[in-house]
Design a protein around this ligand. Structure first.
Ligand SMILES: O=C(O)c1ccc[n+]([C@@H]2O[C@H](COP(=O)([O-])O)[C@@H](O)[C@H]2O)c1
Ligand SMILES: Cc1cc2nc[nH]c2cc1C
Length: 366
């Protein structure tokens, strides 16, 4: 399934992009006055192969959750159980992602690809793995697709086998396909995983070649001693596994995480269906680097929602050639930054649908 998805990813439609650029020049506003929104509208026209492209509605956020063997190296101050507890919080509608999703009118789908501890109250009993598509904005849905109960410690051995990494990537592709089949016009990435900024930093270093110290951040907020240890852990993992950036499945297996691999698949699934995917923070952009290594044309489907405060996020976005829409110092994850950026994306497209041209409105040109 990964191979057929990669084969379906094609370059953007140049004709639709030219039409969008031309239309932008005829709308009743000074040329260029909508700044980055203009080029964004052109990119989305190219992705859809239509001018104007469809409004990116309804929006669906998928929060991929997993745990990390590297937690044993004390790279985060939070207990591992918080991953499962936050999944329960997402399902109860009590997390920031839920508040922002309700505001944006987006559905929330939580995907357990590798949570290590049982979910409190066993919501899996209520989960319907056969359920199709997103729920409404108010009622999050759980998909249980646990590849394994957390990764292995990447300082000791590969985090995942290639088969496990592939299974997680294919879960992400499947979830993207289901959400698009159910009508989603844009997909948003979300993640939850105590310790997951450590594999995110390792992935970014592996794919960009930038030094561990420049891509490793403080995650949920670690003290100086933990931060130095975390840089050492990322550096040791890269030295031990020497991941080859031309082999994205191998990189994800060696130093990634189950949610990172699933997110890479989610991005590929969106690109194959020619639906935009709005990237959240550092975990999402580390996964996006893997997606781009699988299929360089997948970048055409990516919109960078925001620049996470994690230093690796800026490094990854530069490597992808993406400018983030907002930069608010966010470092929460869950999909929160992507949700805040959603109205900007919708606005960029709405302009092409609704704004009059100089000709039609009888407004004189300069
Ligand atoms: O999205 C981001 O850029 C981001 C930056 C820092 C932390 N996080 C979230 O915090 C958790 C990982 O932090 P840590 O310190 O445990 O590695 C995980 O659940 C992420 O969703 C997310
Ligand atoms: C409370 C909490 C909420 C989160 N949401 C995403 N990552 C998180 C990490 C913690 C610790």
């Amino acid at each position: 399934m990964l191979e057929t998805t990669l084969a379906a990813i094609r370059p953007p439609d140049a004709e639709a992009m030219t039409a969008a650029r031309d239309l932008q020049g005829r709308l009743t506003k000074p040329a260029g006055s909508l700044g980055a929104l203009e080029e964004l509208s052109v990119r989305l026209a190219g992705l859809a192969g239509a001018c104007p492209p469809p409004l990116p509605e309804p929006a669906a956020v998928a929060v991929f959750a997993g745990d990390h063997g590297v937690h044993a190296q004390r790279v985060t101050p939070w207990p591992q159980e918080v991953t499962a507890q936050m999944v329960a919080n997402f399902l109860a509608g009590g997390a920031v992602v839920n508040a922002f999703a309700r505001q944006a009118g987006a559905s929330v789908t939580v995907v357990d690809v590798g949570v290590a501890t049982p979910l409190p109250g066993d919501p899996t009993a209520a989960a319907d793995p056969a359920a199709e598509g997103p729920s409404g904005p108010g009622t999050p849905r759980l998909i249980v697709a646990k590849v394994r109960a957390g990764t292995r410690d990447l300082t000791v051995t590969a985090a995942l086998t290639r088969d496990e990494a592939r299974a997680a990537v294919e879960t992400g592709i499947t979830v993207a396909g289901r959400l698009v089949d159910a009508g989603a016009g844009i997909l948003l990435t979300g993640d939850m995983g105590i310790g997951n900024t450590t594999p995110a930093a390792a992935l970014i270093a592996a794919f960009t070649g930038v030094d561990a110290a420049e891509v490793t951040g403080r995650g949920t907020g670690v003290d100086d001693e933990t931060y130095q240890r975390k840089i050492g852990v990322v550096r040791a993992a890269l030295r031990r596994h020497a991941p080859d950036p031309a082999d994205p499945l191998g990189v994800l297996a060696a130093v990634g995480g189950l949610e990172h691999a699933a997110l890479a698949g989610f991005v590929l699934g969106a690109a194959a269906r020619r639906v935009p995917v709005l990237l959240d923070g550092v975990i999402a952009v580390s996964a996006a680097l893997a997606a781009a290594a699988f299929a360089p044309d997948a970048v055409a489907a990516m919109v960078a929602g925001h620049r996470s405060a994690e230093p690796g996020a800026g490094v990854a976005l530069r490597h992808l050639g993406l400018d983030p829409l907002i930069d608010l110092g966010l470092r929460l994850g869950e999909g929160t930054g992507a949700l805040l950026a959603l109205p900007v994306v919708t606005g960029a497209v709405r302009v092409l649908h609704e704004v009059a041209t100089f000709d039609s409105a009888g407004v004189a040109e300069k």
